[in-house]
Design a protein around this ligand. Structure first.
Ligand SMILES: C[S@@+](CC[C@H](N)C(=O)[O-])C[C@H]1O[C@@H](n2cnc3c(N)ncnc32)[C@H](O)[C@@H]1O
Length: 251
């Protein structure tokens, strides 16, 4: 069954509305495991139309893409727009690796990584919305990919075992983390020494990328924020149509 058809069935099972709203129109309701008062590194600001009125290192955090827009993640034109066939070789995945897809959504990227790490590997597919986790579980099971382990994360904690992960990726996710500093700290804890974190973000430097400004990030901003969490920049791959791929390593 095609992913779009499977999603339609899932929408019915989860009592979805028949009409899928535009991407980013819905805000998820999430609860942090620690109170906001423990996060003085953030500034409050007047919210822009797609932002949440909270800044980290000068950048306004975007609204979370709600599960109601899940079909957009499986859209047919995605392969042409994002070229995961070019992204995957940048990750240098090998059979047996333990990897994590943080903010996995429906599992579009997790399913592709699962084929590369094979049945002897593990793909932790973490999302903060239970509805997304339900969809990704169903689609992974339909695809026969038992190496995908769907997990519900907290807004400020990926909740992965310590020192267990070779590589973690966030595709179009980091800019909308409500607690980027805490999530990165939890991710660094979950990485093995020498493990990598890969940020895939729409390029803020390129006005031709047809995505709203608050949902884009510059390479410099990614490196600044990731560096503040102790990650060391390794390289940036720029061969995708709309996104850059910024790869950092845990020392
Ligand atoms: C734009 S979607 C991208 C989904 C997926 N990475 C893809 O490319 O198909 C962003 C996802 O990040 C998830 N998300 C937002 N904050 C999160 C957090 N703190 N931890 C885990 N997932 C989060 C959202 O629930 C949403 O599913």
């Amino acid at each position: 069954m095609k992913p779009a058809a499977l999603l339609a069935l899932l929408f019915a099972a989860l009592s979805f509305s028949a009409s899928v709203p535009p991407a980013f129109a819905q805000t998820a309701t999430t609860t942090a495991t620690t109170p906001a008062t423990t996060h003085p590194v953030y500034e409050s600001t007047r919210a822009s139309p797609d932002g949440i009125g909270k800044r980290y290192m000068g950048r306004e955090i975007a609204q979370v893409m709600g599960w109601q827009g899940a079909a957009w993640l499986e859209r047919e034109e995605r392969e042409r727009e994002e070229r995961t066939d070019l992204l995957l070789p940048e990750l240098a995945l090998k059979p047996g690796m333990v990897v994590a897809d943080i903010g996995a959504g429906t599992g579009y990227i997790a399913r592709r990584m699962a084929l590369q790490v094979g049945s002897g590997g593990v793909v932790y597919a973490v999302d903060v919305q239970p509805e997304m986790v339900a969809m990704l579980r169903s689609m992974a099971s339909k695809a026969g990919l038992a190496q995908i382990k769907p997990l519900l994360g907290a807004p400020d904690d990926v909740r992965l075992p310590e020192a267990s992960v070779d590589l973690a990726i966030m595709v179009d996710v980091y800019h909308e983390l409500e607690f980027p500093r805490e999530v990165l700290a939890s991710l660094v804890r979950a990485l093995k020494p020498g493990g990598r974190v890969v940020f895939v973000e729409y390029r803020a430097e390129d006005p031709r990328v047809p995505i709203k400004a608050v949902h884009k990030m510059s390479e410099a901003q990614v490196r600044r924020e990731a560096g503040a969490s102790g990650l060391v920049w390794e390289r940036t791959a720029g061969g995708l149509p709309w996104q850059h791929v910024v790869i950092l390593r845990k020392p």
